[in-house]
Design a protein around this ligand. Structure first.
Ligand code: PMT
Length: 403
């Protein structure tokens, strides 16, 4: 996503400037080309040489220094940037940007760029909450400049409150979303289910499975980064929903997942059912905790709705993808599901294999296509597998099928 993208990073004079070193490192690691511009006061906190080493690019600090090449003139840099980060952004730079001031290299380049600008405020809580700063932030947003919400907590100045530099991973994810806006799933609506369902027995007990949600959340994250309007319907997990979702719908039971999916499937272009839905729920759910004494040790179960089967029956334009978690007759069982549920392809994990299936960061899958083609993928991270799956989904979209 960030590979070969040009990210300009403006660093201003805040104690949080040191966090931008790690931010630049993460951007470089993700494959971006990074050009850092520092204001004079930023240079009081961090030496430009540090950013130069991390970004592997000379750092621009002075409007009037002799250029290394004519390319680094502020207009050329403004044109080259795919995205422009101001991180950390002080109250001072925010005020200058809101007023359209161009009195140094950073402010001049910011005024000249057409790239999306993402401002990452980091300052004292009182400065952040000051009505003038808030007015300036509003003005930036009104003019199409993104301003991330700062984090809350202890601040370097000794105060506590809003004003902390946000989590680095959140900033990188945000940039990926911006760059993904022009990607292959732009204008597509993708509905993804993830995690387990929980079927209550009584107020304190339930039936569930080992799904952590990692596979489904990875799919959602990558779909967002590739520009899709992504709806994530998720059973209970410990994961943070990815940034940039169109909608996040938390559910508990298979019945609730069924309702949520049926409410949203109709205009979806793609539906990916990676959730591990419980096949059964308890027929008579107790409203009080079941006591040991007098309990007959039998729980009567009833069948849950098969959501994927219902989607297959109702399928129109949607690309429909199922998952299968199998322990025996892996391929033939999955083949049966592929046909019976009217899927375009099914992703099968053999739960007996080390590194496949539930809870881990990796998966090992076969992809069975409706035309009989079987692909065997090597062990890979779930986030990478998510992209592999989306690559295949892309080829099933109606406009690509015709090609
Ligand atoms: O969440 P993780 O820890 O990362 O683990 C990932 C995973 C193992 C959960 C995932 O890779 C996976 O295999 N998900 C599907 C698990 C499953 O429920 O398989 P199944 O063979 O029981 O179901 C087949 C398909 O029917 C699935 O797409 C499932 O979502 C769907 N289904 C099943 C039952 C039901 N009542 N309704 C359904 O829609």
């Amino acid at each position: 996503m960030l590979k070969d993208k040009f990210v300009a990073v403006g660093v201003t004079g805040s104690i949080a400037a040191y966090k931008s070193i790690q931010l630049v490192r993460l951007l470089k690691k993700a494959g971006a080309r990074v050009q850092v511009i520092m204001t004079k006061s930023a240079c009081e906190f961090i030496k430009p040489l540090t950013f130069q080493v991390i970004s592997q690019n000379p750092v621009i600090t002075d409007m009037f220094e002799h250029p290394v090449s004519w390319e680094v003139a502020h207009v050329a840099l403004a044109d080259k940037a795919d995205v422009f980060l101001v991180a950390p952004a002080t109250a001072n730079i925010i005020a200058k940007m809101a007023a359209g001031i161009a009195d140094d290299m950073l402010t001049s380049t910011l005024l000249a760029t057409k790239a999306t600008i993402v401002t990452v405020p980091a300052m004292n809580v009182k400065m952040y909450e000051n009505a003038i700063t808030q007015r300036n932030i509003k003005c930036l947003r009104k003019n199409g400049i993104e301003v991330l919400e700062p984090g809350e907590g202890d601040l370097a100045c000794g105060y506590s409150g809003k004003g902390r530099f946000p989590e680095l991973d959140d900033i990188v994810a945000h940039i990926k979303i911006i760059l993904g806006k022009n990607s292959d799933f732009k204008y597509k609506k993708i509905l993804i289910t993830a995690g387990p369902t929980r079927e209550p027995i009584d107020p304190v007990r339930f039936i569930t499975n080992h799904s952590s949600g990692k596979m489904g959340y990875a799919l959602a994250e990558k779909a967002i980064q590739r520009g899709a309007n992504t709806i994530l319907i998720s059973g209970p997990t410990n994961l943070k929903p990815p940034l940039g979702l169109y909608k996040y719908i938390p559910i508990e039971t298979a019945e609730e997942m069924f309702k949520a999916v049926m409410e949203h499937y109709l205009d979806a272009d793609v539906i990916i059912k990676s959730a591990a839905v419980a096949d059964f729920s308890v027929k008579h759910q107790e409203t009080e905790k079941i006591k040991k004494q007098g309990f007959n040790m039998n729980i009567e179960l009833k069948k849950n709705p098969d959501i994927l089967q219902e989607l297959g029956n109702r399928k129109k334009q949607q690309v429909l993808i199922g998952f299968a978690a199998e322990t025996t007759r892996v391929v033939s069982n999955a083949q049966d599901k592929l046909k019976r549920k009217n899927l375009d392809f099914i992703v099968v994990n053999d739960l007996a294999q080390e590194g496949a299936g539930f809870a881990g960061d990796t998966n090992i899958v076969k992809i069975l296509h409706k035309d009989g083609w079987v692909e065997e993928l090597p062990k890979m991270l779930k986030v990478d597998l998510a992209n592999e799956i989306l690559d295949r989904v892309y080829s099933y979209l109606p406009q690509n099928r015709a090609l």
